[in-house]
Design a protein around this ligand. Structure first.
Ligand SMILES: Cc1ncc(COP(=O)(O)O)c(C=O)c1O
Length: 384
């Protein structure tokens, strides 16, 4: 079945940053009946939509298993728990990311090792990663156990190199694909690029629900079984049998129903996001540093982020012009007060990016005319 998920221009709501209202208007006829069906059958926890969604997500990505969870954060912590990662273990993570990528390491008593990012892709710098793994091995205090690679703003990281490093060092590689679900790298979808992929269905993500949600994608049967147990309090085969320490981390049936209503539109939306990114590139040439493009990569464009001087001034002027923007992120992990004790030195690229990054409105329902207005306002705003 083909879908035309476009909105008539007259129905487009006012300029939104992430397009949540516009998307609901376009997909209401797909989402609302699915949600109503949950109220009718009343199985709000692990209702039939959860298994249906997991089958649909696995098939969409080409992964053997999709295990839904209550958030992207739980989708990161649960595989670390399944692998028994804890005190004395080092987990490598980029410094330029959302706090959840680092927080899950500390929740388990393991030690985060912050790695700087590549200045063009904004993803983890694999040469620096290798250097930091070697340094941790030399110091002998911690055991390198896992890498959490983040597909920042929707662009898949360099999984050829990351898988090689993880295999060589016998480390677990987790793709933090909270921002990249729907993306592609060399004809393989996000969800199959690393042995374990964690994604988020936070409302503003490329595939978002109407609350918190997440999922792990993997081909590993044993890990999938452990994750199904962990999300249900460590349940064994029998009800009320507890075989491990777990979490209450199941995806609500209502959120699964929302996602089932949205998933068929995802490819159309990602194509629209890519068209919008192309248009921004063209209109902002010479005004700001626009995102780099990589052969064979399709970004999910969770964010379209430019680098710009006087970022805060430009943001304020855009706000006055009615254009919503966001700063992802104002501070790298090594400079966060809660994590500072784990910093092993500056991360010059991450720190410089935090001073100049600005994310523009980006979603699958933002029409070209409005994007042109945004670009025009940016031109004016950058002139001071
Ligand atoms: C890179 C990254 N990792 C992890 C998460 C955590 O996802 P959630 O908010 O669903 O827990 C997010 C979401 O904001 C994210 O952007």
């Amino acid at each position: 079945m083909t879908h035309d998920f476009q909105l008539p221009e007259a129905e487009i709501p006012e300029l939104e940053f992430a397009g949540i209202a516009a998307q609901y208007m376009a997909l209401k006829s797909e989402i609302a009946p699915r949600v109503a069906a949950v109220f009718e059958h009343g199985r709000f926890i692990m209702g039939p939509e959860v298994a249906e969604l997991e089958a649909a997500l696995a098939s969409y990505c080409g992964a053997k298993h999709a295990i839904s969870l209550s958030s992207g954060t739980d989708a990161l912590v649960a595989p670390l728990m399944a692998r028994g990662i804890g005190p004395g273990d080092a987990v490598f993570v980029p410094g330029f990311t959302f706090t959840a990528s680092a927080e899950v390491i500390l929740l388990l008593g393991a030690t985060p090792v912050f790695v700087d990012v590549d200045q063009h892709s904004f993803n983890i710098d694999c040469a620096l990663l290798e250097e930091k793994i070697a340094a941790v091995k030399r110091s002998g205090r911690l055991t390198p156990k896992a890498i959490i690679a983040v597909d920042l703003f929707g662009l898949p990281a360099d999984y050829d190199q990351l898988n090689t490093i993880a295999d060589k060092e016998d480390m677990l590689l987790i793709a933090d694909a909270a921002q990249s679900f729907g993306g592609v790298r060399h004809n393989r979808r996000v969800g199959t690029l690393a042995p374990v992929t964690a994604t988020s269905f936070f409302p503003a993500k490329p595939l978002g629900c109407y609350g918190d949600g997440g999922a792990v994608l993997t081909d590993n049967d044993e890990l999938a079984a452990a994750l199904r147990s962990i999300r249900a309090h460590g349940q064994g085969n029998a009800k009320y049998e507890v075989v491990r320490v777990g979490l209450n981390a199941r995806l609500d049936t209502l959120q699964a129903a929302v996602l089932l209503g949205k998933l068929p539109a995802l490819d159309t939306e990602i194509a629209a996001r890519n068209n919008l990114a192309d248009l921004y590139d063209e209109k902002l040439a010479g005004v700001a540093t626009t995102p780099n493009r990589y052969e064979g990569h399709v970004s999910a464009w969770a964010q379209y982020s430019i680098l710009i001087d006087d970022r805060d001034g430009v943001q304020a002027r855009l706000k006055d012009a009615g254009i919503p923007t966001a700063i992802y992120y104002p501070r790298p992990m090594n400079l966060q007060p809660a994590y500072a004790e784990f910093s092993d030195g500056p991360l010059p690229v991450s720190e410089a990016l935090c001073d100049r990054i600005l994310s523009l409105p980006m979603h699958g329902y933002l029409v070209g005319k409005i994007a042109e207005r945004i670009a025009a306002e940016i031109r004016v705003a950058t002139c001071g």
